[in-house]
Design a binder for this molecule. Sequence first.
Ligand code: ZN
Length: 299
Amino acid sequence: MADQQDKTKNKLHSTVTDHSSCEFQYNLASLTPTVCRLMNVDPPSLSNSRPIHSIVSNISTGNRLTNVDRCLIFCPDAIGLDLVEAHPEPFRKVMEDTGIRIPLCSVYPPKTPVCFASMFTGTEPPDHGITVYTRPVLKCDTLFDALLRAGKKVAIVAVRDSSIDLIFRERAMDYYSEDFDDQVTRRVIELLRDGRYDFIVAYQQEYDDTLHSISHDCPEAVRAMNNHVSAFDEITKAYHKYWNNYNRMIVFAPDHGAHFDEKTGRSDHGDNIPEDMRIVHFYGFNAATDNSENPGESK
Ligand SMILES: [Zn+2]
């Protein structure tokens, strides 16, 4: 019955956004209902996307991990599916760190605040209200509000004045604004070690900065991409080390892709084209280790 309702809802909202440039079954708004299902949290009120079936069914029928206690979402800006497919080697590392790869559509327009508002409300842009590149504080119900109602402790670690740093403000959670990506990495590792949060979002932007200033596939952009992959790997190691006593999940969750714009001679994003709209999220799950090694052992 619930599945039938989910399908009906999806049909309704699939008429809102034209995904014709992207063939995948889910879009990035699926992250919110998926996380809520796994963490046993009631979804935020606007959430009308379906949780990713292959993930929630595997986890709920799996032997060991039925309830996720802690979750880390890593959001590297503008890492699209084309980039991932063009660089299989670094993303093999992301796959090793996670294990589940879900190709997804972005939402239209594939602009950063539009996308992250959808990712963390579980719905389409017209519903949450950010439909163009604007960055108001979202007044509507979000995944963060849902987690806070469930008694979870939440932190966002983001580059200062980025969309994620701004649009989810004014909640009873902690905001860490850093000047550079590597400070985001260090802060996240510090918070994992500290252990006081159940849910952490980490946002980095070097790749997006580089594609706008040069192009999406120049050597500098590839270096930025590799920096995001290395940061994710470093964070994943800390996630295992410090959260090993918790059922936990980690997600590599970019917002959109990018394309080269002949008119400006630089790259950009925001169009309903496969290069901008096709992305991939990587999900990893780990059960709490009962007889863990001493987490401080290899400090
Ligand atoms: Zn973006």
